[in-house]
Ligand binder design. Structure first.
Ligand SMILES: [Zn+2]
Length: 256
């Protein structure tokens, strides 16, 4: 399976997300134990301090095993040079996408300052994944509006609306051709409803592995097991865990 939402270790940040410092070897051990072949690895320190150095460190982490770890950089779109840093993430660092965190970084997906950043992702053939599910920013409808402004940009709702916005996440995923939905931290009752209503080719799955204080990432292993209780068909399961994420990763240049 492909885990479309994991995080790099916390090398510098002590935060309410806790986190631990571990090497790529320990992360691959977690993946092997959990049956994860490929992981999309998002920023951790970069969530709290979206500086270019965080992208450098993320790129170094995933470079240990590029066939199995696909890094997504991060920028703060209001900071000077954000679009240039987005370009550097693809052209220099070889990352596969960009992660935005409007809620933590305090900007709205409606801000036009995002447009040059999104254009860089389109030009590089990359994917944009955004945190979602936490008003006032990062609502699925705001991110769907961003996707509609950039119809050639694949946009992934990183959390399927979480507890507060999952109905909205389902509705806008159905309505917006270039919007995808990653079930990650989405409560099980909501995941079941989303899987029953969303086009099966648009649903992804993620564990948020990497945020744990323990390198074994036991909560991520539990989230994978949780899928067994969602009552979905084998076809739906394979679409979500294998075919859909693979299609998106390959579109962005990843080769197994
Ligand atoms: Zn996350």
């Amino acid at each position: 399976m492909i885990d479309f939402h994991t995080h790099a270790p916390a090398w510098r940040t002590a935060s309410w997300l806790t986190g631990a410092t571990f090497g790529p070897g320990a992360f691959l051990d977690f993946m092997d134990g959990a049956g994860v072949e490929v992981a999309v690895v998002l920023a951790h320190d970069g969530l709290f301090d979206p500086e270019p150095s965080a992208n450098d460190e993320l790129a170094a982490f995933v470079s240990a095993h590029p066939a199995r770890l696909v890094g997504y950089g991060t920028v703060h779109p209001r900071r000077p040079g954000a679009a240039e840093e987005a370009r550097r993430c693809f052209l220099e660092l070889g990352l596969g996408g960009l992660k935005l965190h409007p809620w933590l970084h305090g900007f709205s997906p409606h801000e036009t300052v995002l447009d040059p950043v999104c254009e860089e992702v389109v030009d590089a053939g990359g994917i944009l994944l955004a945190h979602d599910g936490t008003p006032p920013y990062s609502t699925p409808a705001q991110l769907a509006a961003l996707a509609r402004r950039h119809p050639r940009l694949p946009v992934v709702l990183g959390h399927g609306g979480l507890h507060d916005c999952w109905r909205e996440a389902l509705a806008v995923t159905v309505e917006t051709p270039n919007l995808y939905l990653c079930l990650c931290g989405t409560p099980p009752y909501a995941a079941r409803r989303i899987l029953a209503g969303a086009p099966s080719e648009k649903v992804l799955f993620g564990t948020d592995a990497g945020l744990s204080g323990r390198p074994g990432q036991d909560y991520a292993v539990a989230r994978i097991r949780e899928v067994d209780g969602w009552g979905i068909s084998t076809e739906q399961r394979e679409a979500m865990l294998v075919h859909n994420p693979r299609r998106l990763l390959e579109r962005a240049g990843w080769e197994s």
